[in-house]
Design a protein around this ligand. Structure first.
Ligand code: GLC
Length: 559
């Protein structure tokens, strides 16, 4: 069985404080000019990732897929999409990343396969009630000719959550129709996923990001609830679809697999739950061990909002023996440099509120508020300065280190996201536009040909080569902050200790905390500029005129 690469230290706790860089492979770097980013392109950019100073990369799906949902519709979980390369390319990429000191996390998508998966094709060809159909969730249709779906549930991207197969039966898909849900009561489905985990761990993968981690276990005993009844049930043990207790057993089995490796493979769950006690189940050491902390992603840029979310999260992580995974952006949400320019959500900000606000803004054409067009980016830099000073791990999304905003001016014919096709929403393409590596060329250095999603002209101003030449750029700030963070963490007695933070007094509208080793972080969210305390400035997210900390700026100091 493979162990971690010889070039990486055998550290069991690396994931606790790692800065992870999320790569959306089809939009990162294209080596062959087909417009789609690929693994060889990624390998050619390992030097960039090393210079940026991140500890690990998480790759969104690179598996064979018809791209009905950006690659989250997987035909074969143990292969590479030929447009992105081969398993040999994957091994070469992993070796290059390990050689550069970076760990590799891959995406596991266990709620559904694609409708082109061999087991789904087998299920379609097989009779009702056959073992092949029992790997998925098939139910009889209603009505005299069984032409109506088993109930009125809607899929997450719009439309019915049931698709007819022509013989009176329907299958369940919580997402797009091209994403049939697995039946996790079926031992074959469980065993197949364990094989997938071994397959990638044996190839030297260091960790897994678990997609829709709360949806696998389901209770679909008859009669099925209506959508209205379902909407009233909070996720939890009594909810037929989300966050059921049976998941404990599934993830305990996975944990046994992870712990067979040295160092154990890490896992982080994508779990958009608002009940923190339930969320903690997935972060337990005998389960996935870690979950994304989406609370700050949904919060306003506001001192009170940040402190109210950070302080209890630290206490929960300490109690559990887990860590924290702070995140501001990913491939599913409006980029935070745009989000931070939008009207505040208020103290009760939650997932549905932020989703509704952001979707409405996208639909309206997505103009930045005219009074201060740079505010979103200044806040974005200050916010990441805050996150990088907190105990725990931080997940960055490709392009945020360049200060990219959401692309809103995209023609309808270029759009790819199922949300655009299945609902009245605009969808998530605007945060998935291929990266600008240089200020000219057919796709701004992304590849030798045009990119699969069009890049707007203003992307050239944010190109890597442009920002590398500017010491004040967002990229330069990220590089410095990551280097300083790495240096300071090395000096902490117990780098993973979630309690290693002390709050200090700060003006209203600002936060001030100290980490062990005399490292201070001050974030001015909304206060008038105030004098910096005594100490050596280590890095700042923006200018510090007159030795004062202006609004929307973070500074790190050593006292
Ligand atoms: C997760 C992914 C998202 C995908 C969905 C269905 O939320 O992050 O991109 O559409 O799962 O797989």
């Amino acid at each position: 069985m493979a162990t971690a690469s010889a070039s990486l230290p055998r550290d069991h706790d690396w994931w606790r404080t790692a800065v992870v860089y999320q790569i959306y492979p089809r939009s990162f770097a294209d080596s062959d000019g087909d417009g789609i980013g690929d693994l060889a392109g990624l390998t050619s950019r390992v030097g960039y990732l090393r210079r940026l100073g991140v500890d690990a990369v998480w790759l969104s799906p690179f598996y064979p897929s018809a791209l009905a949902d950006g690659g989250y519709d997987i035909d074969d979980h143990r292969a590479v999409d030929p447009r992105l390369g081969s398993l040999a390319d994957f091994d070469a990429m992993t070796a290059a990343l390990h050689e550069a000191g970076l760990r590799v996390i891959v995406d596991i998508v266990p709620n559904h396969s694609s409708n082109r998966h061999r087991w789904f094709l087998e299920a379609l060809a097989a009779a009702k009630g056959s073992p092949a159909r029992q790997r998925y969730i098939f139910r009889d249709g209603r009505g005299p000719d069984q032409s109506e779906p088993p109930n009125d549930w809607k899929g997450a991207f719009g439309g019915s959550a049931w698709e007819a197969v022509g013989d009176g039966q329907f299958y369940l898909h919580l997402f797009a129709p091209e994403q049939p849900d697995w039946n996790w009561d079926n031992p074959e489905v469980r065993a197949d996923h364990l094989e997938t985990l071994h397959f990638w761990a044996d190839r030297g993968v260091d960790g897994f990001r678990v997609d829709v981690a709360v949806a696998l276990a389901k209770d679909l005993s008859e009669p099925l609830l209506s959508a209205a009844e379902l909407a009233w049930r909070p996720a939890g043990p009594d909810h037929p679809l989300y966050d059921r207790d049976e998941l404990d057993e599934i993830y305990a089995q996975w944990r046994t697999v992870f712990n067979q490796y040295d160092p154990p493979r890490s896992a982080v769950g994508e779990a958009w739950l608002s009940d923190h006690d339930r969320l903690a189940r997935y972060a337990r050491p005998d389960s996935l061990g870690q979950v994304f902390d989406f609370d700050l992603l949904r919060a306003d840029f506001d001192a009170r909002a940040y402190r109210d979310r950070i302080a209890p999260a630290l206490a929960r992580a300490a109690h559990l023996g887990s860590s924290l995974t702070w995140v501001l952006s990913n491939h599913d949400v409006v980029r935070h440099a745009s989000r931070f320019g939008l009207p505040p959500l208020g103290p009760e900000a939650d997932n549905s509120k932020s989703e509704a606000r952001d979707a409405a803004w996208l639909k309206s054409g997505g103009q930045e508020p005219a009074e201060d067009t740079g505010l979103g980016l200044r806040r974005a830099r200050a916010a990441v300065g805050c996150l990088l000073a907190l105990p725990g791990s931080v997940c960055l999304y490709q392009g945020e280190e360049l200060g990219l905003r959401e692309v809103v001016d995209m023609p309808a014919e270029a759009r790819q996201d199922p949300i655009f096709f299945r609902s009245d929403g605009v969808g998530r393409d605007g945060c998935r536009v291929p990266l600008p590596w240089q200020a000219d060329g057919p796709s701004l250095g992304f590849g030798p040909g045009p990119a699969h999603l069009p890049q707007p002209d203003w992307f050239a101003d944010f190109a890597v080569t442009v920002e590398e030449a500017d010491p004040e750029s967002t990229l330069s700030f990220y590089r410095l902050a990551l280097a300083v963070r790495r240096h300071l963490l090395r000096q902490l007695p117990r780098p993973g200790d979630p309690m290693g933070l002390e709050w200090l007094r700060a003006p209203v509208g600002a936060l001030h905390f100290r980490r062990p080793g005399g490292w201070h972080c001050l974030v001015n969210f909304t206060a008038p500029p105030f004098p910096l305390p005594a100490g050596e400035v280590l890095t700042a997210s923006g200018p510090l005129p007159d030795d004062k900390l202006p609004e929307a700026t973070t500074v790190w100091l050593r006292s």
